[in-house]
Design a protein around this ligand. Sequence first.
Ligand SMILES: *[C@@H]1O[C@H](CO)[C@@H](O)[C@H](O)[C@H]1NC(C)=O
Ligand SMILES: *[C@@H]1O[C@H](CO)[C@@H](O)[C@H](O)[C@H]1NC(C)=O
Ligand SMILES: *[C@@H]1O[C@H](CO)[C@@H](O)[C@H](O)[C@H]1NC(C)=O
Ligand SMILES: *[C@@H]1O[C@H](CO)[C@@H](O)[C@H](O)[C@H]1NC(C)=O
Length: 622
Amino acid sequence: MMSSTKLSFFLCVWLLVLGCCLGRFVVEKNSLRITSPKSLKGTYECAIGNFGVPRYGGTLVGSVVYPKVNQKGCKNFTELDLSFQSKPGGFPTFLLVDRGDCYFTLKAWNAQNGGAAAIVVADDRTETLITMDTPEDGQGANDEYIEKINIPSVLVSKSVGDSLKEVLSNGETININLDWREALPHPDDRVEYELWTNSNDECGPKCDNLINFLKDFKGAAQLLEQKGFTQFIPHYITWYCPEAFLVSKQCKSQCINNGRYCAPDPEQDFSKGYDGKDVVVQNLRQACFFKVANESGKPWQWWDYVTDFSIRCPMKENKFTEECSDEVIKSLGADLKKIKDCVGDPHADVENSILKAEQQAQVGKGARGDVTILPTLVINNRQYRGKLSRPAVLKAICAGFLETTEPSICLTPDMETNECLENNGGCWREKSSNITACRDTFRGRVCECPIVQNVKFVGDGYTHCEASGTLSCGFNNGGCWKGAREGRAYTACLDDYNKGCTCPPGFRGDGVQSCEDIDECSEKLACQCSDCKCKNTWGSYECKCGRGLFYSRENDTCLARYAGSVNIWMILLVLVVAGCGGYAFYKQRIQRYMDSEIRAIMAQYMPLDHQPEVPNQVHHDI
Ligand SMILES: *[C@@H]1O[C@H](CO)[C@@H](O)[C@H](O)[C@H]1NC(C)=O
Ligand SMILES: *[C@@H]1O[C@H](CO)[C@@H](O)[C@H](O)[C@H]1NC(C)=O
Ligand SMILES: *[C@@H]1O[C@H](CO)[C@@H](O)[C@H](O)[C@H]1NC(C)=O
Ligand SMILES: *[C@@H]1O[C@H](CO)[C@@H](O)[C@H](O)[C@H]1NC(C)=O
């Protein structure tokens, strides 16, 4: 079991003390709102466990179950024939267990396997809330199950736990809304985050997990950084050697710059393998790499360096060396000289500005609190709680953006909560076309009328949505009737959708379910002249008049076949004759006018009769 102030990573180092002892550890919290019964209604505080996947930015509703046996959750519930799987139509189960007897992580794992959607641990002593953490190294930390926990976990105080149990023992139902929306500040469209990390790769599962996370998260981190969505800074914890021990063998092997900056021995054996000072130097190189990369405008290269270094220069293969590090730096095209200048001489009795700044940054500022758990992720100046995995961390970073400013990576399918799968998330859905208002996001599901094929649906998203706008006929025919027969197609959807569905001329009906053909002939709506032969067709009719007559649809009468056309021919003829006459007249006038004009001009400027010949002067252009 973990206390909130433990230093989980560095127990082995007896002589090194944290550079800044008197700081403050902040327990990260979310809120727990009891919605029923009335007697308990209210909002309570709970502490986010440092494992599993808290729903940063979201909420989770469930009802509380306190098991009759295995109340501490230390045993396998399946073997006890207990299942907390939610019933169809019921709320998910939040399993309430007591603190004690086994690791918090084991309780959460058993709850998850029993089908619970979240675990609520009740403290067993009266104290301020603590952070539930994973087991220490060498104390069950090797258990692989820890990484598989994906339900959220919260700790409530003893008094809250007691009241929950009392109400449950009376047979009442307790509904709870766990809310992580305010667990992280989300003030604007850029998220600042930092990772307190370490280059040591031989500390067992915690180190492996950190390296795997770096590799896994690299792509997302670089994308977010390149597009300006985030500002990331890596940080490194160092210790200092108390003055009384400066000359000791231990301080000499674990520290650089004369005891100023130390790290614990990687494999906790001073006599073999790499020493703490090798880790400090590599940490410093990583910090310097970041500084130099940032100065060249490519801070995201840090992710390449640390992942490449862990792959190419592992301690296991005896490659955790300066030469190997130099190779990696060179292959990334970074400025090796600048980085070496930044690292300086580890043997010199001088301060290093980078590591000094790192020691100062360890002390909590604002809401962040001291960094004492390694690795620690800090998002918008608040410590992240939960497992270090790409989806869990990305979810938390996404929750750090002001709503609606989240980058698209936050809206990809692996960020979804799958709440739309069950009962369509309680949102509106059109059964026939499968259009739904349920949208799965990292914040949880939202019911919002969708935009499908450019057609915007409007409505409350829960009980109704309907297509709107001019393009609405483009989708599902605007929900209106349409039909095709005999090579003809008709639709009841007008592009002016505000008028709703209207059957086209020749049909009648509600326009939604059906439009029926109107039989114009038998209903005596058209073609009623004597002599006329009426034939109904689908959507229209045909009318034939008697000999020598033709049918005029607009006036619904029969007309003489040539009556109108003779006049037209006459007019045309007159027009043509008039046109030709006019043209001839015009041509003639123009001709005459031109002739006289030209004559006048020529007479003025080219008096040919009197001009003497100009010899050889115009030959240049031949
Ligand atoms: C619990 O017991 C069941 C049945 O014996 C087994 O399949 C399951 O893996 C166990 N779960 C855990 C968390 O040990
Ligand atoms: C990184 O570079 C930017 C711009 O050059 C600067 O504003 C910022 O302070 C630098 N960050 C760090 C951590 O050095
Ligand atoms: C509706 O969509 C869901 C998810 O895309 C799919 O599983 C289901 O089969 C669809 N149903 C119909 C009637 O198209
Ligand atoms: C149809 O009736 C209108 C008005 O009654 C008339 O102006 C028009 O000339 C008629 N059309 C034909 C082709 O007779």
